[in-house]
Design a protein around this ligand. Structure first.
Ligand code: DAH
Length: 353
């Protein structure tokens, strides 16, 4: 009887491996473990066996029963998983389910403002000129009329970049403003035709970095847009005309602007431009801190030394420049009261734009 048992086990396990579904599995169970299966027949016959054989056959029959039952459980679980997977696949094709709505990406509020500025200045004939974010001290400061140790540097706390060689008074740094783009652009233009260099009408947008204590009003990274116009007979009148027109295009046809004297080492004379507060129309409110005016940019006539550093003869050429902070403009337009929102990556903030 022992060889018979081994055959039952062998065939049982072999055929179990080939089963494809739960119906076949149930048939298998009846055939190998059911009441009238061969294996159960062995148990029935035990009593008719010689006494000495009974324990051995009985033990082996029990082992095989347990093994077949365990294999059955395993197979049953495997088939169950397959059928779950199939039904999930089928669900995916359920055309009656509502579709999953895709989430739309959108532009960052700073990018939106940058693009608005690009459009306005493009309409006025300014090209975009991209300059680098890692600069030399020379470009970021010295050629813009901030000599080493000049106190005006104190306005621009600076991140210096370590370099392998000692660069002395000309270390590498993260640009603190977009103004070094003025020098790069002028040099590129004068290289094209040193004797009679072409006029410049550019804006240079991009990130600037300052080693600032971060507060609601100051970030250590922010965008700027620098503007530069160089040519023959450019006057302060051109500067005022261009920037007042910019303000009207940006904030509305009736917005008034004013220029206040200021100081920047790279412009002479220098000014800051305010627009009439568009919240209170000049009456005085919390947005304009009761002054009726909002400061929006710095500007001035390009300093002769800076023109010369760019390769333009200050006897023959004049120019104006300005620097705008797009985040500041966005803050004014959308009444955002904390500049840290721009780079905190909080979706609740970003999704509002
Ligand atoms: N570079 C100045 C700053 O970051 C901003 C500025 C002021 C730029 C006057 C100009 C300008 O071109 O004419 O503080």
């Amino acid at each position: 009887m022992l060889p018979e048992l081994e055959t039952i086990q062998q065939e049982g396990l072999d055929s179990l491996g080939k089963l494809q579904n739960e119906v076949e599995l149930e048939n298998w169970r009846i055939m190998y473990l059911g009441r009238s299966s061969q294996l159960m027949g062995v148990f029935d016959q035990l009593g008719t066996l010689p006494k000495e054989e009974r324990p051995q056959i009985g033990r082996r029959a029990n082992q095989i029963k347990q093994e077949l039952e365990a294999a059955f459980q395993q197979k049953s679980e495997a088939l169950r998983l397959v059928s779950i997977e199939r039904s999930l696949l089928a669900d995916r094709l359920d055309v009656t389910l509502p579709g999953r709505s895709p989430t739309h990406g959108r532009l960052h509020p700073a990018t939106q403002t940058l693009r608005l500025l690009y459009r306005i200045f493009a309409e006025m004939g300014f090209q975009i000129y991209l300059s680098r974010e890692v600069e030399t001290d020379e470009l970021n400061f010295q050629l813009l009329n901030f000599p080493p140790y000049h106190p005006a540097r104190e306005m621009q706390d600076t991140f210096f970049v370590k370099s392998k060689v000692d660069r002395g008074d000309n270390p590498l740094l993260m640009r603190t403003h977009t103004s070094p783009g003025q020098i790069r652009a002028m040099r590129e233009y004068t290289a094209r035709n040193p004797k009679d260099p072409p006029p410049v009408r550019i804006i240079t947008p991009g990130m600037c970095y300052r080693y600032e204590q971060v507060t609601a009003r100051a970030e250590m990274q922010f965008n700027q847009i620098e503007g530069l116009a160089v040519g023959h007979d450019i006057t302060f009148g051109d500067l005022k005309g261009t920037l007042s027109d910019f303000a009207r295009r940006m904030f509305g046809q009736n917005v008034r602007s004013r220029f206040r004297a200021s100081h920047f080492p790279f412009t002479e004379p220098s000014a800051e431009m305010d627009i009439e507060c568009f919240v209170c129309r000049g009456e005085g409110c919390s947005v304009c801190k009761r002054t009726g005016w909002l400061e929006i940019l710095g500007c001035g006539m390009v300093h002769p030394v800076v023109l010369e550093n760019g390769g333009y003869d200050p006897e023959r050429f004049t120019g104006f420049a300005f620097g705008v902070g797009p985040e500041r403009i966005a803050m004014l337009r959308h009444r955002i009261n904390d500049i840290r929102n721009f780079w905190a990556n909080d979706m609740r903030f970003l999704e509002q734009f």
